[in-house]
Design a protein around this ligand. Structure first.
Ligand SMILES: C[S@@+](CC[C@H](N)C(=O)[O-])C[C@H]1O[C@@H](n2cnc3c(N)ncnc32)[C@H](O)[C@@H]1O
Length: 391
């Protein structure tokens, strides 16, 4: 905790110094910790006290914290040459990238899986070579992963690591390629601010999945965030997806009243929106081995179908139980994957490709139609309208 930028700027390296700073400034320790842990600028009155105590102005303090508002960025931009001259001596002092020959631990007709840290794998992959990147990184929730990775980094360290792998991903992406990132909304607000500097925003998709119990004094968190960006304005591929009408599962009747518009409905279904309500968490899958980490197959089927075509190249840096890889294989997309921990659960899923093929077939039968076969039968039985009534 003492490695964060805020405490560094205050020259605080241990609890004793923290207590002493709190005593001098009369800012409670708890508040100082909040500024440090959240990486936010101290509120107005505290800021004034801190600047007086440090004897510096807010420009220098913000630089030390790495909080670069547009005014600071404009100033830095204006002095770019001078700043570069000032720090030139460090230009070549960065660590040289370590390249090592990496071999896949598992290969299939379409894909290659590497048991590696995604960063070292990516350094070995060529720029502009991937059509779609899907990433479902650890959420830094202190979860115990089989790979024993540290899932409780400081906010600062988590975001620094996040920026590193994102920048490598962006390098790999082809122009027109798509980048989807799955995370909690709180992290995706930060991730968006990284992506906005390099890529084009397309959607913040709210995937309606209740993942925890209601929290006192807060709204009930009921969506995951799925960011969707492309490299450049124009995506190389965007295959429109359509969903069936929502109907009552028991009686088959319409849930929404379409009044006189029924004949205007597209027979291939309703246009998919940026709120996805039909993705349910994996609970009883035959292949659910890593409790709660495995993403639903229909989520990946949708992402891959929207943004790629057969034979395109897909990369997922965080393998987990390999949902992206299995769906890519079945949809005939080339795939590259990395998983830093054990990969047995991924390989196991590939041993039963037929099971997953059936799953995907079922998903595909239920999309791009106004009524699924099952719905249609129910509506015929109940004498309810069908699109052909309007021809
Ligand atoms: C949230 S899980 C991914 C789950 C996956 N989407 C699925 O549906 O099965 C994240 C995975 O990333 C792996 N991981 C964490 N850090 C990594 C790294 N630096 N390189 C590669 N894999 C990493 C973890 O071991 C974990 O299995």
């Amino acid at each position: 905790m003492f490695s964060n930028k805020f405490f560094s700027a205050l020259n605080i390296t241990n609890n004793k110094e923290l207590l002493s700073f709190s005593k001098i400034t009369k800012i409670p320790v708890q508040k100082l910790r909040m500024y440090n842990d959240e990486g936010i600028l101290p509120f107005e009155s505290d800021l004034k006290i801190i600047l007086d105590e440090l004897g510096i102005n807010d420009f220098e303090f913000k630089l030390k914290l790495g909080i670069l508002d547009n005014e600071i960025i404009n100033t830095l931009t204006n002095y770019a040459t001078e700043i570069n001259n000032l720090i030139k001596k460090d230009k070549n002092s960065g660590t040289t990238k370590q390249f090592k020959k990496i071999k896949p631990v598992f290969s299939t007709q379409y894909g290659q899986l590497f048991q590696e840290d995604c960063l070292s794998l990516m350094r070995n992959l060529p720029s502009n070579s991937v059509d779609l990147i899907f990433a479902d990184p650890p959420f830094n929730l202190n979860k115990l992963y089989e790979s024993k990775i540290n899932d409780k980094l400081t906010k600062n360290d988590y975001l620094q690591w996040t920026e590193k792998w994102i920048l490598e991903c962006i390098r790999l992406l082809k122009e027109g390629g798509a980048f989807f990132i799955w995370n909690l909304p709180i992290w995706n607000t930060h991730i968006s601010s990284i992506l906005n500097k390099y890529l084009n925003f397309r959607h913040w998709i709210a995937v309606d999945i209740k993942n925890q119990l209601p929290i006192p004094n807060k709204l009930y968190p009921s969506h995951y965030s799925l960011l969707y960006y492309t490299k450049g304005n124009k995506p190389n591929t965007f295959n429109q997806e359509r969903l069936p009408l929502e109907i009552c599962k028991k009686c088959g009747s319409d849930i929404k009243d379409y009044g006189g518009y029924k004949n205007k409905l597209n027979i291939n279904g309703l246009t998919l929106s940026d709120v996805w309500k039909d993705i349910s968490p994996v609970r009883h899958s035959k292949y659910k081995t890593r409790e709660s980490n495995q993403l639903p197959v229909n989520l990946l089927e949708r992402i891959i179908s929207i943004s790629t075509n057969e034979n395109d190249v897909i990369f997922d840096p965080f393998g987990g139980s390999g949902t992206t890889y299995i769906v890519s294989e079945i949809l005939k997309r080339n795939w590259i994957g990395s998983e830093i921990g054990p990969v047995d659960s991924i390989v196991k899923r590939f041993n039963d490709l037929e099971f997953h093929k059936e799953q995907i077939q079922e998903i595909q039968d239920k999309k791009n139609v106004l009524f699924t076969e099952e719905m249609r039968k129910l509506r015929v039985k109940k004498g309810l309208w069908l699109p052909e009534n309007f021809k």
